[in-house]
Ligand binder design. Structure first.
Ligand code: ZN
Length: 149
């Protein structure tokens, strides 16, 4: 990942080694599963939504450093936020990853900007977006396993 600055690499590695909210939420109101067959990343996401607010969120699964770091940062970014905010953050993140030549919404993204470097690596984009698509699936509660294919 030589395209990423040292600082960004450090943040990614730190999230990978100590993922936030890496646990099952026992009283989750929504769950969703995601799978990225290209890399083998798997995630189960648990959301507890009360009065349209993400009161708790956790994830479990196995995957590469990018997928784990992205999932960890995603859970941090939506915890305590409204569902509307979660959708806005999803859109900002997705746009940053898939439209690298547009100016990202830094205000909304915060630390998530760290992951912008993956758009130079087409095969890693799916690792980075997996948790996000899984989150949206859980919010929409469509009961489908998300795959990045
Ligand atoms: Zn991966």
């Amino acid at each position: 990942m030589s395209g990423l600055s040292d600082l960004y690499q450090e943040i990614l590695l730190e999230h990978n080694s100590k993922p936030r909210n890496f646990r099952k939420v026992e009283d989750a109101s929504a769950t969703a599963e995601g799978y990225n067959p290209l890399c083998g990343d798997q995630i189960t996401l648990y959301l507890k939504v009360v009065d349209n607010v993400v009161e708790d969120v956790g994830f479990q699964g196995v995957g590469c450093a990018i997928s784990r770091a992205s999932a960890s940062m995603m859970t941090q970014s939506i915890k305590g936020r409204s569902l509307d905010d979660a959708h806005v953050i999803f859109d900002a993140f997705h746009n940053m990853i898939t439209h690298p030549h547009e100016e990202p919404d830094y205000d909304t993204l915060g630390d998530l900007e760290t992951l912008s470097g993956v758009n130079e690596y087409p095969t890693r984009i799916k690792c980075a977006v997996l948790a996000w698509h899984t989150m949206r699936s859980a919010l929409n509660d469509d009961g489908q396993t998300v795959t990045t294919e």
